[in-house]
Design a protein around this ligand. Structure first.
Ligand code: FAD
Length: 409
């Protein structure tokens, strides 16, 4: 390292920001995290964990704690939400593990964040500050500084903007305006398992795909909870995050769907709503010793369930590059973005394609169902490009299978 012991300023303490802080601390680098909210907190909903993110947990020493809080689905089932028919079923079994050498899990977002937060708290290299909304940043050539709404100024050797979809840091160093509103809305809810209909307490992820809508449900927290995500097309909302949804609009959008889908929607009284946005991929999200990570760098639609997973991969890659550069942050940040932009661009673009597939109508819907059925008879689809090892990330030979007691039931 170059001997500069000023901290790296991490703006934003979500999954990406805390993962970046932890990964840098593992390389001996001091970090100051600045989070705008009064506490480090994720909203109540589930997040899917692909085999690729379990490798990052292994690198960061988080596997055991993540295993403790996760549920491990036995499969992924696609159903047509108009006919109710199962179109494709992909087992997540030993064969899946032998292919990707890591499990597929689901976890409550709050549990995931807490695992990373606890690990950060155990490091004396990480300082965590809440109620610190960064409103301005400056690079005077020697020091990077962040001014917060409460009037404080933090100084550091470098800065990583992990401040999400509406990133202030991005606005300063890239300046490409607001994210792209997709016209798709997500409603999310989590229920105790005993409030979820018995016949649908399935130990797998079930996706009901319909015209301009889809619904996903899966067990969470070792099977104690059920997670429900519903997405539909709507032009009623332009921008929104963590607000309450309108059940009347939701039920109207699903009126033509099969009876089980309408019945499942009735189980929830209160929904949280998200207006889904992304951005077109960009090649340069770094300026000198300031860079971006996670949704601030490459926000994506959730159709591949990878935004949080990509943020974890970014964090590991970035910390490795800082170490390799001997503390030359500008060089490290450029190398990190060079190594990451095509991978994250592919996930951003493929997420849009998967959204089209989930929500297909007419002939396209029929074709989707046929192609998915063909995939199933051919033994499934190869997702190595997404779940497999990446050259820019550390080699992890094998993440063990979770103990059988942690499988959802
Ligand atoms: C419906 C839905 C389902 C999803 N499902 C999955 C899934 O299954 N798997 C998956 O991997 N991903 C999923 N994602 C994506 C995932 O949630 C995001 O990609 C991930 O949360 C990004 O993390 P982040 O840390 O980059 O940003 P964020 O989680 O947005 O965190 C940003 C943080 O920065 C703080 N902040 C913002 N501005 C400032 C400021 N000016 N100063 C200080 N702090 C600031 C915020 O308060 C927040 O804590 C889903 C997303 C949605 C909407």
């Amino acid at each position: 390292m170059n001997g500069n012991r000023d901290p790296v300023l991490v703006v934003g303490g979500g999954i990406g920001g805390l993962a970046a802080a932890l990964a840098l601390s593992r390389k001996g680098i001091p970090v100051q995290v600045l989070e705008q909210a009064p506490e480090f907190k994720e909203i109540g909903a589930g997040i899917q964990l692909g085999p690729n993110v379990f490798r990052m947990f292994e690198v960061l020493g988080l596997t055991k704690a993540m295993f403790h809080w996760s549920a491990f689905p036995t499969g992924l089932e696609f159903r047509d939400s108009i006919t109710g028919d199962t179109v494709m079923e992909l087992p997540i079994d030993k064969k899946f593990h032998d292919k990707y050498h890591a499990p597929y899990g689901v976890i409550h977002r709050a549990d995931m964040l807490n695992v990373i937060l606890d690990a950060c708290k155990q490091s004396n290299l990480i300082k965590l500050a809440t109620s610190q909304k960064v409103v301005a940043i400056n690079d005077d050539g020697r020091t990077i500084s962040a001014k917060t709404e409460s009037g404080e100024t933090y100084r550091g050797a470098a800065m990583i903007g992990c401040d999400g979809l509406w990133s202030t840091v991005r606005e300063t160093i890239v300046g490409d305006g607001k994210p792209t509103v997709s016209g798709h809305i997500a409603y999310r809810a989590v229920l105790p398992t005993d409030e979820w209909p018995k016949e649908y307490r399935l130990p797998k992820m079930v996706i009901w795909c319909g015209e301009k809508t889809h619904l996903v449900h899966y067990p969470l927290r070792r099977g104690e909870l059920f997670n429900l995500v519903v997405v539909f097309h709507s032009d009623r909302y332009e921008e929104g995050w963590d607000t309450y949804g309108d059940p009347a609009e939701l039920h109207a959008r699903f009126v033509e769907k099969c009876e089980p889908v309408r019945m499942l929607l009735q189980k929830v009284n209160s929904w949280k709503m998200w207006v889904l946005c992304d951005r077109p991929p960009i090649k340069n999200w770094t300026k000198g010793r300031i860079t971006l990570l996670g949704d601030a760098a490459h926000p994506m639609l959730q159709y591949l369930a990878q935004g949080g997973n990509m943020a974890m991969e970014d964090a590991v890659c970035l910390a490795n590059q800082v170490e390799a550069s001997g503390g030359d942050y500008a060089a490290a940040f450029h190398k990190y973005q060079e190594l990451r932009y095509l991978r994250t661009a592919r996930v951003q673009l493929m997420a849009r394609v998967f959204g089209e597939i989930y929500h297909a109508s007419g002939v396209v819907r029929e074709l989707r169902n046929k192609v998915l059925r063909d995939w199933m008879t051919q033994g499934g689809v190869d997702m190595s490009w997404l779940y497999g090892e990446q050259p820019e990330l550390p080699h992890v030979a094998n993440v063990p299978l979770p103990p059988p007691t942690l499988l959802a039931s």
